[in-house]
Design a protein around this ligand. Structure first.
Ligand code: ADP
Ligand code: MG
Length: 389
């Protein structure tokens, strides 16, 4: 144990004496913007007479049968937990939100359940079952197409249950989906940015009836081609500037988040899951590498083209224009992007399984959130049947 961690551990055990009786901290396993996570041993865990059931994967866990010799004491088994110490700089409502949502999701397959939480004055720690996993960067390049399907099936299983509870995770990315390639299982963690659908939203154009929207878009496009400001958007706009939840991670934000849609839905998580798939298929991490939202829009526009980007913006009442020479009007197909990224030439086209993966990717990265595939439908897609026993 290095000095820094030892001091951390001492402080934690001092602040939470009751906690120290139950758990023995082993090492620091994660350090994020909002928390530090430690691996710990559950000292009171008794292998033979506990009624605590492992809920990972939704399947109830039963201890394997143990052959015991006469007069032999049962071997002590350890159970490990992850201790998430949430920084005091996080607002109380934010901390409450994370724990509250986890409570709602406690029985969901592929979502890491919350065991318990402790508070001492302004400090809060959450206790979760420890889930063994590997760093995404160590395995994503070696995944076969069925491996990818199995990985995504696990992720989409978690998303389906979150979305069924009308919860947006908002921060889907590899470090928040703990995956163990050896057992091919994964759990979704980190509900620090998650929110209930509709909790903060205000009406956005994208939710207007289709005909109404078409009329508006037409008027706006007509006005633009005539050099006038878009219809319905006065020159001296006195409306307060648009505010929308933009929480999430650079490179994983859906177009509607970038366009500050005020009525975001669970579809934003599907886009982010699509970015993970694009990363794996293109063997490039991070795939998008923008410093800010404007750069992020340019990156997306470079792939999908100005035309689609403009249509995506109009959905939320935004006008997108670009004079950047590398951003073309038509963009490229995701198939082309993947072939280029993996340096494959035309004589080595995609296999039928790879085509299926790309087709699935296109459904996840639909620029229109209302047309994007849902987690439930995704689980029925042919691609996610690959690798099924
Ligand atoms: P943050 O809000 O700081 O990003 P996370 O909940 O994402 O916090 O946890 C940060 C890191 O800690 C994760 O990326 C993972 O490596 C590790 N971690 C979190 N929960 C667990 C767990 N249940 N089992 C094992 N490791 C975990
Ligand atoms: Mg995280």
């Amino acid at each position: 144990i290095d000095g820094g961690v030892a001091a951390d551990i001492e402080r934690l055990e001092h602040d939470f004496p009751s906690f120290a009786r139950k758990y023995r901290l082993i090492k620091r396993i994660g350090e994020g913007t909002f928390s530090t996570v430690y691996k710990a041993e559950d000292k009171l865990y008794n292998y033979y007479n506990n009624d605590w059931k492992e809920q990972i994967g939704g399947a109830q866990w039963t201890p394997p049968p143990v052959k015991r010799q006469r007069n032999q004491q049962p071997k002590k088994q350890s159970r490990y937990v992850a201790i998430k110490k949430i920084y005091v700089t996080s607002s109380p409502s934010r901390i409450f939100n994370e724990l509250d949502l986890l409570k709602d999701l406690r029985d969901c397959p592929s979502v890491c359940p919350l065991i318990t939480a402790f508070r001492s004055t302004d400090q809060v720690i959450a206790v979760l079952p420890y889930f063994r996993h590997s760093d995404f960067r160590t395995y994503f390049r070696d995944m076969t197409i069925p491996d990818i399907a199995i990985y995504l099936r696990s992720l989409f299983t978690a998303l389906k249950s979150c979305h069924k509870h009308h919860i947006l995770h908002r921060d889907i990315k590899p470090t928040n989906f703990l995956y163990d390639p050896a057992t091919q299982t994964g759990v979704l963690v980190d509900f620090g940015l998650a929110e209930r659908e509709g909790s903060e939203s205000r009406a956005c154009l994208c939710h207007e009836a289709k005909e109404q929207r078409r009329a508006r878009q037409y008027a706006s496009a007509y006005a633009q081609t005539n050099g006038q400001p878009a219809a319905g958007y006065p020159k001296n706009d006195t409306r307060p500037s648009r505010r929308a939840n933009r929480a999430g991670t650079r490179g994983f934000r859906a177009p509607e988040v970038l366009f500050k849609c005020t009525e975001q839905t669970t579809a934003i998580d599907i886009w982010s899951a699509g970015v993970i798939l694009l990363t794996i298929l293109s063997k490039r991490f991070p795939f998008f590498n923008s410093a800010d939202d404007v750069e992020a829009m340019i990156e997306i526009a470079t792939i999908f083209g100005v035309k689609k980007m403009r249509a995506a913006g109009l959905l939320h009442g935004c006008v997108f224009e670009s004079s950047i020479p590398t951003v073309g009007s038509q963009g490229f197909t995701l198939e082309k992007i993947i072939l280029w990224s993996t340096c494959r030439t035309d004589d080595k086209p995609l296999t039928s399984e790879e085509k299926l993966a790309v087709n699935f990717l296109e459904r996840c990265m639909d620029m229109d959130p209302s047309r994007r595939i849902t987690a439930e439908k995704a689980l029925q897609h042919d691609f996610l049947q690959l690798g099924m026993p």
